[in-house]
Design a protein around this ligand. Sequence first.
Ligand code: GLU
Length: 375
Amino acid sequence: MTPLEEARRLVIKIGSSILVDETRGEIRRDWLEALAADVARLHRGQGSGGCEIALVSSGAIRLGRTQFKLAPGPLKLEESQAAAATGQIQLAHAYQEALARHGITVAQVLLTLDDSEERRRYLNARQTMGTLLGMKAVPVINENDTVATDEIRFGDNDRLSARVAEMISADTLVLLSDIDGLYTGDPRSDASATFIPEIREITPAIEAMGGSAASELSNGGMVTKLIAGRIAMAAGCRMAIADGRRVGALGALIDGKARCSWFLPEASPLSARKKWIRGSLKTAGTLTVDDGAVRALSAGKSLLPAGVTGVDGEFRRGDVVDVKDRLGRVLARGLVAYAAEDARRIAGRKSTEIERLLGFRGRDEMVHRDDLVVE
Ligand code: GLU
């Protein structure tokens, strides 16, 4: 099996320059049709239960520029915000139409930098996307450029896509761009530049290959791809930089017929996440649990509210808490699904009572097993 056939949760980043025809400033329909067919193929899977897929697509600002007939050259912030506002509709519609032909539901998700930096919003976005993937929808994600200002924006979808991959614990991220991978130099100007098929660590030497900061001026140069690689690898997600320009480029990658550079992490997404939980320096509170819960935890199960006998500390949803037995021994550490105040209300109660007790229906688990590290 090729790496893409193996993927179970995949993020594909689509650059503006490959989706939008440069001269007409419109979507390349033939390209998108082929992409949709290839996405559908992966989504169905080959007798393997299929692959969950999220697309991070650029192009909103470029399409809006065409719509408003804006002159070439850099746009003012308010112009790009306005362009994105109309371009995003076209973008979402195009994906919806193309994927609907394959019976796939598309769901639009617009994120801001805060959604990935601020814990509560991060968890919220993570949960929504998890739910959409569970419903077999394909989220089409972009930055919310209409409300993003210069200070608080990603500005490039390379980093955004890596954050998304981290957020949803994807195992694979593919950056479809206009170059087939990482080279020791810029192959467009340096004939001696050689292709690097595999990267296991982003060393200063690798960073130097990404080019100078000057290329950072163009959204999504190699610099931002390497930053994306760093984020993805830390999250246990492998990442490919691949040439997406040709019609059917994704299909060629799936079949292993096109080369690309792979960034390969040591850990899996789950173990990277658990390492992060284990390594967090400060815990915000403690949950004390009964003997039944102790047994459940050591059997690899989630911690349910019913097993919680005490809640200490003032924590928020998504904070790291210690889990102790009734003798005060720390058994586990995890990301708690409820704020301290709510946790106190549902402690010792059945999950079916949560909605009545809190007035909203949260998660069944106090700490989900994916968010739990047992000592
Ligand atoms: N979010 C921008 C757009 O959709 C693109 C950012 C990028 O080119 O990476 O137009």
